[in-house]
Every structure is written in structure tokens, then in C-alpha cells.
Design a binder for this molecule. Structure first.
Ligand SMILES: Cc1ncc(COP(=O)(O)O)c(C=O)c1O
Length: 409
């Protein structure tokens, strides 16, 4: 029975989310998401769809016509790219340097790919040469790679990978969920065929929409498997020669028909998420993409220097760290989960835990999107210093904040 005391209106505690994402959404995004719905084919709605495509071309730094949203979280966008590109039996190469490389492997396997993996220890990245050697020996159809693997906080350099792939006739897919607009990503200049992301990191929105961009070559590849649903098929729809894509929801050729001029019905676009995604991109572009990346670098640097000054060891190959998240080695004798709990309950600040080989070994602290700010960095450092001091960790009081303030000049 409905109990009005038990089922009060949702009223979440006022947390400051300083983990690896999600982070607090920009209030402007939340406001955009409270706008009323319009019909799926209302000219206002189709105009918003076109505007969103155009805004995300600037976010992905691309001229790709096919730049749009997949409804679902970031992994929905990954699945849409992979299930549409991979015909069962295709060879797919995945360089894995953290949890999200394993996710690409898992998804590619479910798509029926013949998956080949090269692996790095968590905390390291690949050289272009290592990737080229693997491409030459395996001769895959597709290479799938994460740019910023939040699980390790490492950023894989991508500048040369696209050219290497194209020299060997390989398509390149990249998961930029955690890195986009906090780190440079030049889709066209770096010749990446498909990129996907999500809103809940540096874009400053909630999870639930997965922006993607696809090169002409990638679209040509997936359109070989263009089969329109029989209930909406018309005589002008020509069947592709390839196998039907093994997912209806993530069938990119059909999704492109919906986002394209024909507006052929597929799913019902998640209107509220589209409002949010559009606002995320609009806010970044209003700030200026380069300024947004520089802001992530500045606050990431202040956080990083502040933590180091608190007698904490930072994790991984720091020359390849993402600007927007840092791994902190939990000092010996300190109970990592107790500190996280105290941060949350006493200070209302969330910092991240870790997975797999790093579980219980590092915290992950993010400075992303709406939360990449001076006040959030200083507040987090102050709270963490307090928790660490109580736990018996040796540090010089005030050193963390002082070091961060030096970065701010
Ligand atoms: C690099 C990367 N890829 C994929 C994902 C999966 O995203 P989602 O939880 O939105 O599906 C995440 C989430 O943290 C991520 O950091």
C-alpha cells in the first residue's frame, strides 16, 4: 500500500562528487532537462536533434555528418558502435590497459568477434609501435581502444594510432567517455573512425546519453548490413548485402535513418536526455573547448600537487595521466574504505574506490566538468587532510592546500 511517509519526494543529500564520475551535473543542464516534452517529429524536436548533431561535431572536433546520440549510458554507445561494426567471426584487436579495455573485449566477444588482446600492466599505456606490431601480426578488421581508462587514470596517446590503422586497412573505434573535453581529442586530425562517450564526466551532465561520431568509412562499413524493420519498410529501402546486425536497439544504420532526412521511426528519442546532452555541449562550447580542457588541466594539476604535498604517493605513469582524475595510493596502515566513509558522512564528499588489481590499493579523485573548480579542489584537500590526520597518516598540516594554491598562483 502507498505510504506517503515512506515514499516522500526524492530529496538527495547535498553531496560533492569528486570521484571518477558521475559528478554533480551543471545546474544549467538540470534546468534544461526540466523542460516540457514535445512530440517526436515536432519541428522543434527535429531542430533540437539537428542542433545537437552540430554542437557535438565541435565537441568531437570533426566534420562527420553522422554525429548523434545513442540513448543509454556510455556503454550503450560502445555497444552500438561495436555490434554494428562487427560481423561474427571478424578479427578485432583490443589493447587493454584497464577495466574499460576489458569491457571492450567483453562486448566484442558478445558480438561474436574473434578477439585478440594485447595487455599492459594497470598504470601504463601502449606505444604506437607496440600497437602497430600487433596489427601487422593479427591483421584485424577493427581496433578498439579506450582513450582515458578511468580505472587506472591513464590516458592512451592516440595521435598516431589512426594513421597506423588506416595504413593497414583497419577501422579504429575509441571510447572517450571519461576523457572528452577534459583532454584533447581530435577525431578528424587523428583519423578515428568512430568515437563514443557519455555525459557524466567532463561534460558535466547525468549518465544516460551516449554521443557518438562516425566517419564516412565507418558508416559505409555498417551500412552493408542495413536491413530496415519489416513493419516500417518501404519499396525504396534497399537491403544491405551483409548479415543483419545482432541488435535492433543498437542497429546504427536504422538509427541513422531516424537521425537523417528520412526520419524513419526507430526508438522514441529520449527527449529529456537530448535536452541535457545539448546543454552539456552548449556549455562547453560557450566556455570554449580549449578553455574547458585548460580548466581541467589547471584544477587537475592543483589537486595532484596538493595530494602529493600531503605525503601521498600518486599512482601510475604520471606522464600519461588523464588531466581530470588522479589515482592515490592508499598509505600503508590506512583503512581506505573508512576514509571514504568519513569523507562522505562528515564532509559530504565522495571520492572513488577502485576495481580489479587496484581494489583496496588506490583511491581515485576526479576534478571534472562542473566540479573542476578551485573551491571544490581546496575543500576536498582540506577534508581529506583532516581524515588522514585522524587515521594517523603523517603529513604537514596545511601543506596540501598551500601546494594547490601555488598552482593557482
Ligand atoms: C572509460 C569508460 N568507458 C565506459 C564507461 C561505462 O560508462 P557507463 O557506466 O555510462 O555505461 C565508463 C564509466 O565510468 C568509463 O569510464
Amino acid at each position: 500500500m502507498f505510504d506517503s511517509k515512506k515514499h516522500d519526494q526524492i530529496n538527495p543529500p547535498a553531496r560533492l562528487l569528486m570521484g571518477p564520475g558521475p559528478i554533480n551535473a551543471d545546474p544549467r543542464v538540470l534546468r534544461a532537462m526540466s523542460a516540457q516534452l514535445v512530440g517526436q517529429y515536432d519541428p522543434a524536436m527535429t531542430a533540437y536533434m539537428n542542433e545537437t548533431m552540430s554542437l557535438y561535431r565541435d565537441i568531437f572536433v570533426t566534420q562527420n555528418r553522422w554525429t548523434l546520440l545513442i540513448d543509454g549510458t556510455s556503454r550503450a554507445a560502445i555497444e552500438a558502435c561495436l555490434v554494428s561494426a562487427i560481423t561474427p567471426g571478424d578479427k578485432v584487436l583490443i589493447p587493454v590497459f584497464g577495466r574499460f579495455g576489458h569491457l571492450l573485449k567483453e562486448i566484442a566477444e558478445r558480438c561474436g568477434a574473434d578477439v585478440y588482446v594485447i595487455e599492459k600492466a594497470w598504470g601504463e599505456v601502449f606505444t604506437p609501435n607496440e600497437i602497430e606490431i600487433a596489427i601487422k601480426s593479427i591483421k584485424p578488421t577493427l581496433l578498439a581502444l579506450v582513450q582515458g581508462d578511468t580505472s587506472t587514470t591513464m590516458l592512451q596517446p592516440l595521435e598516431e594510432i589512426g594513421k597506423i590503422c588506416h595504413d593497414h586497412g583497419v577501422l579504429l573505434y575509441c571510447d572517450a567517455t571519461a576523457s572528452i573535453v577534459g583532454n584533447t581529442l581530435l577525431t578528424d586530425d587523428w583519423q578515428i573512425d568512430a568515437v563514443s562517450c557519455g555525459l557524466q564526466k567532463c561534460l558535466g551532465g547525468p549518465s544516460g546519453s551516449g554521443p557518438i561520431t562516425l566517419s564516412e568509412k565507418f558508416v559505409e562499413h555498417v551500412r552493408k548490413r542495413h536491413h530496415v524493420e519489416s513493419g516500417i519498410k518501404a519499396s525504396h529501402h534497399i537491403e544491405g548485402s551483409g548479415d543483419r546486425i545482432r541488435s535492433n536497439y543498437f542497429d546504427l544504420p536504422m538509427i541513422l535513418d531516424y537521425w537523417g532526412e528520412e526520419r524513419l521511426n526507430h526508438h522514441t528519442e529520449a527527449t529529456t536526455m537530448l535536452y541535457g546532452a545539448r546543454e552539456c555541449a552548449r556549455i562547453v562550447l560557450q566556455e570554449g573547448l580549449d578553455n574547458c580542457i585548460a580548466r581541467h588541466e589547471l584544477h587537475g594539476q592543483a589537486m595532484y600537487k596538493g595530494l602529493a604535498a600531503m605525503n601521498l604517493e600518486l599512482f601510475g605513469d604520471l606522464n600519461h595521466k588523464m588531466s581530470n582524475v588522479v589515482g592515490v595510493v592508499i598509505p600503508p596502515g590506512v583503512d581506505g574504505e573508512a576514509i571514504r566513509k568519513q569523507m562522505l558522512l562528515d564532509f559530504c564528499i565522495e571520492i572513488g574506490t577502485s576495481f580489479g588489481p587496484l581494489a583496496g590499493k588506490i583511491w581515485r579523485i576526479g576534478t571534472m566538468g562542473y566540479n573542476a573548480r578551485k573551491d571544490t579542489v581546496l575543500t576536498t584537500l582540506a577534508a581529506l587532510e583532516n581524515c588522514l590526520r585522524i587515521s594517523g597518516h603523517q603529513l604537514t598540516p596545511g601543506a596540501g592546500i598551500d601546494a594547490a594554491l601555488v598552482v593557482y598562483g
